[in-house]
Design a protein around this ligand. Structure first.
Ligand code: NDP
Length: 288
């Protein structure tokens, strides 16, 4: 019988610590604040924003949303980011992605202040994560994968981990974080030959491909740990992961559900990153 790795246990364990850190900052006259930049009103963005706001309320973090029109000009968007960079009351900036097509993601990533970039968009943060520099802020989702792994005491050293997906926001940074903890990591993608065969080599399988229920028991070595990052809506309108849970669970020793798995940990990571940015903003300046 596989152990179900519920995100709520991770959230519960972390909420108290984050609240304590927020209280310490507030006692020094500094309320950590998150600014969310959203383009238009996409239901996925609104759902994520609601979750982020709930977590902020629960932990004492201030949160405001800057809503820009879906057809905002690139200059308008960049000006908005610049204003938030310059606003001393804001410690963390979350830009909802994917960005509208007319906005050059590279220009935005280069502009966002790395010190306020709590979702690992800035090239400086990417570089630091790839260098294994702890000053780097990784995107929240791969960090949530690591929080799951740590919370449930999963050993990484020497373990074979296969990451399905190589996006800049999930697959690649997840692979670097896992590598940093001495796993032997294979990254797979849409041109991988024999995806299931590669996946079956894994002691720990991380699925982040955006394909509803594609990862079946054939992808899972008996006894492997399965971490599902995917968030998809199936043809019946039901939320599901990249893993076919009912099938994969037959072989897995541990498995994350969707919903209630990695996705539910992402907003607590977001809160943690805002607190970390606020703490750093009030720390004595160091060469970095
Ligand atoms: P992207 O679409 O940016 O990347 C998908 C990756 O999967 C690509 O590297 C792609 O390969 C690979 N891929 C796609 N189809 C296949 C296939 N048939 N076989 C093998 N590889 C394939 O998605 P994201 O990385 O942004 O997101 C991945 C999943 O995670 C999605 O389900 C998304 O909803 C979810 N997600 C969850 C979050 C959370 O908080 N839990 C937050 C962000 C995302 P290639 O590079 O070759 O195209």
């Amino acid at each position: 019988m596989a152990e179900v790795l519920a995100g709520k246990n991770v959230v519960q364990a972390q909420t108290g610590e984050i609240k304590t850190r927020v209280e310490a900052l507030v006692a020094r006259g500094l309320t950590p604040k998150l600014a969310i930049v959203r383009f238009g009103q996409k239901p996925d963005d609104l759902a994520y924003e609601r979750g982020a706001k709930r977590t902020c309320e629960r932990t004492g973090i201030a949160c405001e949303t800057l809503e820009l029109p879906e057809d905002a000009t690139e200059d308008g968007a960049l000006q908005a980011i610049k204003r938030l960079n310059d606003d001393k009351s804001v410690h963390g900036i979350l830009v909802m992605q994917p960005l509208p097509r007319q906005i050059d993601a590279t220009r935005l990533r280069l502009l966002i202040d790395p010190a306020k970039d709590i979702d690992g968009m800035s090239p400086l943060n990417s570089a630091r994560v790839f260098e294994g520099d702890p000053k780097g802020v990784p995107p929240c989702t791969p960090t949530a994968v690591m929080e799951m792994i740590h919370h449930y005491g999963i050993e990484l050293k020497g373990k074979k981990v296969v990451v399905l997906g190589r996006s800049l926001v999930v697959g690649k940074p997840a692979a670097m974080l896992l590598l940093g903890e001495h796993a032997t990591v294979t990254i797979c993608h849409s041109r991988t030959v024999d995806l299931a065969g590669e996946a079956r080599q894994a002691d720990i399988l991380v699925a982040a491909i955006g394909r509803a229920r594609m990862v079946t028991r054939d992808f899972v070595k008996p006894g492997a740990i399965v971490i599902d990052v995917g968030i998809n809506v199936d043809p019946d309108g039901k939320l599901c992961g990249d893993v076919d849970y009912d099938s994969a669970v037959e072989n897995a020793s541990m498995i994350t559900p969707v919903p209630g798995g990695v996705g539910s940990v992402t907003t607590i990571v977001l809160a943690k990153h805002v607190v970390r940015a606020a703490e750093a903003s009030s720390a004595p300046a160091t060469l970095s």
